[in-house]
Design a protein around this ligand. Structure first.
Ligand SMILES: C[S@@+](CC[C@H](N)C(=O)[O-])C[C@H]1O[C@@H](n2cnc3c(N)ncnc32)[C@H](O)[C@@H]1O
Length: 250
């Protein structure tokens, strides 16, 4: 079997970070440093498949998004593309994007004409400045993996969701089999080099494959979602399992 057994981890741990506070600081500094080149690299390194994943995720929540009174939070929103996809899928629900990197958030807030119709909040996903039971939908695309404490992140999402509200976490995963081997050559060999060259950051694009490898496998992450209190936890594979959508309900 080519199942990989991973040690149970608390959360992201960029190189050199000795505790969760340091990990969180390092993640924020890293994304702030690559913010000016983030979109270019995202689309280039994923051959624009990222756009498909955001759209597919938004479509998965079309029922909630079709309600104009719905309140939606996109966590770790970065430069806003997941939040924009949610807005385009919906019929005018209130969409808030939250991120703890001021520079990423500024780019989201100035990116499109739609930006002005959305709310952008600088906030740590582990300490959200929102009351309990506030949102009908909370999403996060490629951000959750970077949290310094995954279980605390799940509890915080659950806290701000209304009863019956839904959560969607879009994350990378590690494809298996031949496809996995081919993809790994690219993801661990080519991507860090191109990323370093274009972004000028030596750490960020080596951290990316390392953080995906560290993130729990789908069965373990689903178990953590259930333990946190989510109902109907599920995982849906995207593009050979390069990414996938975790869903759960409060
Ligand atoms: C890989 S980017 C994803 C951005 C966007 N969601 C996308 O799909 O392109 C990860 C984002 O998560 C943010 N982030 C990481 N940890 C965070 C935390 N604890 N609280 C808030 N934002 C966080 C980073 O600042 C960064 O903008």
């Amino acid at each position: 079997m080519d199942e990989v057994v991973k040690a149970r981890v608390t959360g992201a741990a960029p190189e050199g970070a000795s505790d969760p506070e340091a990990a969180s600081r390092a993640v924020r500094e890293m994304f702030t440093a690559i913010a000016p080149r983030y979109d270019l690299l995202n689309h280039l390194l994923s051959a624009n498949v990222d756009k498909l994943w955001w759209r597919r995720t938004a479509k998965a929540f079309s029922t909630i998004l079709s309600r104009p009174e719905a309140k939606v939070l996109d966590l770790c929103c970065g430069t806003g593309d997941m939040a924009f996809a949610l807005r385009r899928q919906g019929s005018g629900p209130a969409i808030t994007g939250a991120d703890f990197s001021h520079t990423m958030l500024t780019r989201a807030a100035g990116k499109t004409r739609e930006s002005q119709k959305m709310r952008w909040i600088e906030a740590d996903a582990l300490r959200l400045p929102f009351p309990d039971e506030n949102f009908d939908l909370v999403t996060s695309a490629f951000g959750f993996r970077n949290l310094a404490d995954y279980d605390a992140g799940l509890h915080e999402i659950l806290r701000v969701l209304r009863p019956g509200g839904e959560c969607g976490i879009l994350e990378f995963s590690e494809p298996r089999g031949l496809m996995g081997k081919i993809y790994n050559l690219y993801f661990k060999g080519v991507l860090p080099r191109v990323g370093r060259l274009i972004s000028g950051s030596s750490g960020a694009y080596s951290y990316l494959p390392a953080s995906v490898q560290r993130f729990p496998e789908p069965p373990e992450f689903l178990e953590r979602m259930r333990a946190a209190g989510f109902r109907d936890a599920s995982w849906n594979r995207y593009t050979f399992g390069i990414a996938g959508l975790y869903r759960g309900k409060r």
